[in-house]
Write a protein that binds this ligand. Structure first.
Ligand SMILES: NC(=O)c1ccc[n+]([C@@H]2O[C@H](COP(=O)([O-])OP(=O)(O)OC[C@H]3O[C@@H](n4cnc5c(N)ncnc54)[C@H](OP(=O)(O)O)[C@@H]3O)[C@@H](O)[C@H]2O)c1
Length: 346
């Protein structure tokens, strides 16, 4: 029997939609019960995706170790987790500091005795033309996003080998595969995180360690506080018109604790971008550089340069959502309102 090419063309996006829907659904009650009493470390738990993941794990009755630099934000999350039925432990951590990460591991083992899942989610973002971003910002970003994730992966995998099982989840980005214009060091760091996960999987499979899993999660642009936390040297407010809500990556990460897969691209937009970049990289690069120039720079209000939360944490942005889509809607409504004509009656 011959398959029509049109059918194949229609089947590919349909399959992508179906797959992306399943991976981003929240867990059902019986699945949540499987998390009761399990122990998870979540870095970058003080806001955004990490906060959402920690809350969901806590609601499922898990022990959740909350790591980030903003202690007060972690403590308020810990209170929410207690009310929701989970058991939190706050460990103030700068993931770029090896001694902080070692302390995070020790404190977790001291309190809970083992680790079922370690989620390397913390990261920072810097946006601007490569040579306009200060070198110390590029270097700091790599220290946090790549060195911090590598250190967490190292400690987690060694612990999992002792236990004979465990799930390591590294939060990368669609930028791991599709380089993002004006985010050179961020894209490089996320490509590094993806590559790290691939090598770890090769080594684990070589050793036939079937109960140790390494998952790399690649979300699309998500409405979290990261856009207001970012170092920014573009001269314009960083935001993207096609953002997804944080529930998609949050659900995908929580789901991966039970159903680990080596690589998860979150949502149909990330899947389309991933595959179009693999199949036609020149067209994908052309499209993405113009889309970024227009949607992430030209269209947006002007703001002064900032190093954001790279070197020291900022107090703003402690929720799961960043409220960025709402702000873009308001900005676009405002710009669509008819302007008063000179000399018109008032
Ligand atoms: N939002 C997106 O568009 C998007 C898209 C793809 C991938 N991602 C990835 O998703 C993950 C979560 O980001 P998000 O969007 O939720 O952003 P976010 O709200 O800014 O969260 C980042 C978290 O990392 C923590 N962090 C930053 N530097 C740290 C350091 N040196 N040590 C310890 N913790 C640190 C921050 O807390 P403190 O400041 O308190 O330390 C915060 O809790 C990141 O890996 C990001 O790259 C995001």
């Amino acid at each position: 029997m011959r398959t029509s090419p049109l059918l194949v063309l229609l089947a590919v996006p349909a399959a992508l939609l179906l797959l992306s829907g399943c991976a981003t659904q929240s867990l059902g009650e019986s699945e949540r019960n499987r998390l009761v009493g399990k122990t998870f470390v979540v870095t970058g738990a003080s806001s955004g995706i990490g906060r959402g993941v920690a809350l969901q794990l806590g609601r499922s009755g898990a022990n959740v170790v909350l790591a980030a630099r903003r202690t007060k934000a972690l403590e308020s999350l810990a209170r929410e987790i207690v009310v929701a039925g989970g058991t939190p432990l706050v460990v103030t951590t700068d993931i770029s500091r090896t001694e902080d990460m070692q302390h995070l591991l020790n404190a977790t083992l001291e309190r809970f005795g083992r680790i079922d899942g370690w989620i390397n989610n913390a990261a920072v973002m810097a946006t601007g033309r490569f040579e306009d971003i200060p070198l110390e910002d590029h270097q700091r970003l790599l220290d946090v996003n790549l060195k911090g994730t590598l250190t967490g992966s190292y400690l987690a995998v060694r612990q999992f080998r002792k236990q004979g099982e465990g799930v390591l989840i590294n939060v990368a980005s669609i930028d791991s595969e599709v380089p993002h214009t004006y985010q050179a060091s961020y894209s490089a760091s996320k490509a590094g995180v993806l590559s790290l996960g691939r090598v770890l999987n090769q080594e684990l499979r070589l050793n036939k360690e079937r109960d140790i899993h390494v998952v790399t999660v690649m979300p699309w642009a998500i409405d979290t506080p990261i856009w207001d936390h970012a170092a920014n040297y573009t001269g314009h407010q960083p935001q993207m018109p096609t953002m997804d809500g944080p529930e998609k990556p949050v659900n995908a990460i929580v789901r991966a604790t039970l159903y680990p897969r080596q690589e998860i691209t979150v949502g149909y937009k990330a899947k389309l971008a991933y595959w179009s970049h693999r199949l036609t990289p020149e067209i994908s690069d052309l499209f993405s550089r113009h889309a970024v120039q227009k949607g992430q720079v030209d269209m947006n209000p002007q703001v002064p340069p900032t190093s954001g939360n790279l070197h020291t944490p900022v107090e703003t942005g402690q929720g799961v959502s960043g409220g960025i889509r709402e702000r873009m809607r308001e900005q676009s409504e405002h710009s669509e309102q008819p302007q008063a004509q000179p000399g018109a009656a008032r």
